[in-house]
Design a protein. Structure first.
Length: 454
């Protein structure tokens, strides 16, 4: 297949690097597109979209390819691949960054931290900017500086009609609203403009580990700490085994632990006061919290979520950690089979909850926590069926506590009701209206889909 005027590379089945080009982060996804259009810029994306429409092809959009549902690649269609579009340009006077749609968060942090600046960008450096942003963008800095979408100033978008438009508060404001949480339903975003903040370059960060036997005591203490925590304190609780990283003593590796990851996005001299109550919890096995480069901390978890491993997730938002909820978490957290499977719970609130409902398309802003139940196994291992069942059992046990869901944490086997759950009825209905305006034929449907009105 040829594409007139396309300056990037067209990759077909049979090309030497076809299998590499079609692979995504989740190794459980094995799809074979007819064509991969690796774009070099917005003009290539326009041509690829028009080509797909003219030839009635299924279409998938690849930014970082990190989505657990694997929607960055499709069978027997065309993948519009932005992975060669990774440029980042920082304007230190305006405190903004222009970022191409194929960039990874490691690319952004590398450039912005050279100026002591950052914006909220997830917790893994090989996550794609586009997917994380369009779904909302939770990360270490969100309680202080808001979600990624709260820092989005503008976006260049190729629409379903193959037109390149700019979306901002002043241009196509309805589209701009929908892009801030509505996922990949509205077009191909070829570049983003973000607001930046003073962060680091040195922050107080790292994990504290406790033995899994003390999970109830640690969670009760954690609940009391985060209830009144300053916005600068970002935390993620991980239930699983201690990973075999160089900073973990050999005798602790693969031991079941409760691990609280910490990033204090404020003056280093204030961090100890904020951390003192957490450090006063049950005596930990290991405390690695201390000053470190923010860019280094942003990549600290990369080796625990490796490209090509197999992943199956279930997820939900949760309220504050009441004792009965803590009991459910404790009962299920360590009953998986694979040593790589885990549960991860993100503390929200702070700046996330101070944006009004409906101001952006990100829903459920008053939730206290977001949790993912993550089955993880390597190719050739036999944990997949057992741990996928474990995630579903955990999810069912959390049923009475569910408070919505983060759309980026939805897997590939979710019902349409779960997509609505990510937004709530009023936001979802408004997203449908915008979808009907910009994509009435549901051309962009290979995603957590919001269907237009018929």
């Amino acid at each position: 297949m040829e594409m007139s005027g396309f300056r990037g590379r067209l990759i077909h089945a049979g090309d030497a690097d076809y299998d590499t080009a079609r692979a995504v982060w989740n190794g459980a996804i094995d799809r074979r597109p007819r064509l991969i259009a690796r774009c070099l810029g917005s003009a290539d994306v326009v041509r690829a979209v028009r080509f797909a429409r003219d030839h009635d092809l299924e279409i998938a959009i690849r930014g970082g390819g990190h989505n657990v549902a694997g929607t960055a690649v499709c069978d027997d269609g065309i993948v519009i691949d932005l992975s060669a579009m990774r440029a980042v340009r920082v304007d230190p006077k305006r405190r903004t960054a222009w970022v191409q749609g194929g960039a990874l968060w490691g690319d952004v942090d590398h450039e912005t931290q050279a100026r002591g600046l950052a914006t909220t960008g997830g917790i893994v450096s090989h996550t794609g900017v586009a997917g994380l942003t369009l779904g909302g963008g939770i990360g270490w800095l969100m309680r202080k500086h808001g979600l990624t979408v709260d820092n989005l100033l503008a976006a260049d978008v190729v629409t379903a009609g193959g037109e390149l438009v700019r979306a901002s508060e002043d241009e196509h404001p309805d589209l701009f609203w929908a892009l801030r949480g509505g996922g990949g339903n509205y077009g191909v975003v070829t570049s983003f403009e973000f607001r930046l903040h003073s962060v680091g370059p040195t922050v107080v960060a790292g994990p504290i580990l406790w033995d899994a036997a003390h999970v109830v005591e640690v969670l009760r203490c954690y609940r009391d700490v985060v209830r009144d925590a300053p916005d600068e304190l970002g935390t993620v609780v991980r239930f699983g085994t201690a990973p075999p990283r160089p900073v973990i003593p050999e005798e602790l590796r693969w031991r079941p632990v409760v691990m609280v990851g910490i990033c204090y996005a404020g003056p280093i001299e204030n961090a100890e006061r904020a951390l003192r109550p957490l450090r006063a919890c049950k005596i930990p096995l290991l405390d690695l919290v201390g000053p470190m480069p923010y860019v280094e901390f942003q990549s600290a978890l990369d080796s625990t979520v490796v490209h090509g491993w197999h992943y199956y997730w279930k997820s939900t938002h949760l309220p504050e950690l009441r004792d009965d909820l803590i009991g459910v978490l404790a009962d299920h957290a360590f009953s998986c089979s694979s040593p790589r499977s885990y549960m991860a719970m993100f503390h929200l609130k702070g700046a996330v909850s101070r944006v009004g409902d409906g101001e952006t398309a990100f829903g459920n802003r008053q939730a206290s926590h977001s949790i993912t139940l993550d089955a993880v196994w390597r190719p050739g291992e036999y944990f997949g069926d057992r741990d996928s069942a474990w995630t579903r059992e955990c999810f069912a046990a959390l049923g009475r506590f569910r408070k919505g869901v983060y759309v980026n944490f939805l897997g590939g086997d979710e019902s349409p009701d779960r997509v609505r759950e990510a937004y709530g009825d009023s936001v979802y209905n408004r997203l449908v209206d915008v979808k009907t305006t910009y994509d009435p034929d549901n051309f962009f449907h290979y995603n957590q889909n919001i269907r237009p009105r018929s």
